[in-house]
Design a protein around this ligand. Structure first.
Ligand code: GLN
Length: 304
């Protein structure tokens, strides 16, 4: 399969879409990003990498970080996490408050903000230095020690993060946050602010294509069964209230972020990361989703 040619063709085809959506501006520091940026990296399990566009440019991974925090919590706590968070798609925007009230403070899944806040709270139970340990986890997956938080983005979100503060307080009222709310929110904003490029993102998702084993050092991160479950969660809940359409169009388990990144896998084969900051109405990268749809259409590969 000539992935290089395929992603070059995809880049040409999505060029008219670049800048068509809207860059996230509810986090003011994100509003500065050029909406016309674009990059794809494909990393396969044989160690090949293919890139187009600005694949060395780091961007804010935002909600994609929820995959790493979930993987860390799941690897430590196993199925006990399901007492505090569900595993159904929410059908609501990622920052919605309404469902949480009706469902007694148990978030629908770990990838909506409420669920990710609960997972972040769990990390204080299992990690000695949650900030440093999350970074170390991602560095271990990519082999790249330059990966870091973006303090400006974290501070910008913290200063404007009223909805997440509301969610955290509400969760606390249901005893589904145990640690100090400010500390939980700060850790959450920190992990959302991590910057990576598509090359690093694709590399970091390879363990999910590889049955839970980090191909860099053969270290097992999740069991086969846990890897199946994480991939299933990405398939059903990874693109907010557009997860159904993402499965329909793209057909890969994947996770998006409001920084315009999306990382996805074909188990047993490859990981792919795309980045284009202009978002569609649901908060997913407009050109990014199209690029992934073209990828599975042109290669004939998907999980279906
Ligand atoms: N940090 C962002 C928020 O909480 C992440 C949202 C996202 O990428 N969907 O709103």
């Amino acid at each position: 399969m000539n992935y290089q040619q395929i992603i070059e063709d995809i880049y040409e085809e999505v060029k008219p879409l670049l800048g068509k959506g809207k860059v996230a501006d509810y986090i003011p520091a994100l509003a500065k990003v050029d909406p016309n940026e674009f990059a794809i990296t494909v990393a396969d399990l044989e160690g090949n990498k293919y890139h187009v566009g600005n694949f060395e440019q780091k961007f804010s991974i935002q909600s994609i970080s929820k995959v790493y925090t979930f993987a860390v919590a799941f690897s430590h706590l196993g199925d006990s996490i399901w007492q505090r968070v569900g595993r159904e798609p929410s059908g609501n925007p990622f920052n919605s408050l309404v469902q949480l009230e009706k469902e007694d403070g148990i978030p629908r899944n770990p990838f909506i903000n409420a669920g990710a806040l609960v997972i972040t709270d769990m990390l204080f139970d299992v990690l000695k230095e949650p900030r440093a340990d999350i970074l170390q986890f991602i560095i271990g997956l990519t082999g790249d020690s330059s990966i870091d938080f973006d303090k400006e983005v974290a501070t910008s979100e913290r200063e404007n993060g009223y909805r997440n503060a509301a969610l955290a307080n509400f969760l606390r009222s249901h005893n589904n946050i145990n640690y100090d709310i400010e500390e939980v929110l700060n850790l959450y904003f920190c992990h959302c602010s991590i910057t990576m490029n598509t090359n690093e993102l694709a590399n970091s998702f390879l363990f999910l294509a590889n049955g839970g084993v980090n191909p860099l050092n053969n270290e097992r991160i999740l069991s086969l069964s846990q890897t199946k479950r994480l991939n299933a969660l990405m398939m059903t809940c990874g693109a907010y209230d557009e997860a159904g359409d993402f499965a329909f169009r793209v057909g890969m388990p994947g996770k998006s972020g409001v920084g315009g990144g999306i990382a996805a896998v074909i188990p047993g084969e490859l990981a792919i990361a795309v980045w284009s900051p202009a978002l569609n109405a649901k908060g997913n990268s407009l050109a990014g989703v199209q690029a992934l749809e073209l990828f599975t259409t042109k290669t004939g590969k998907s999980v279906f």
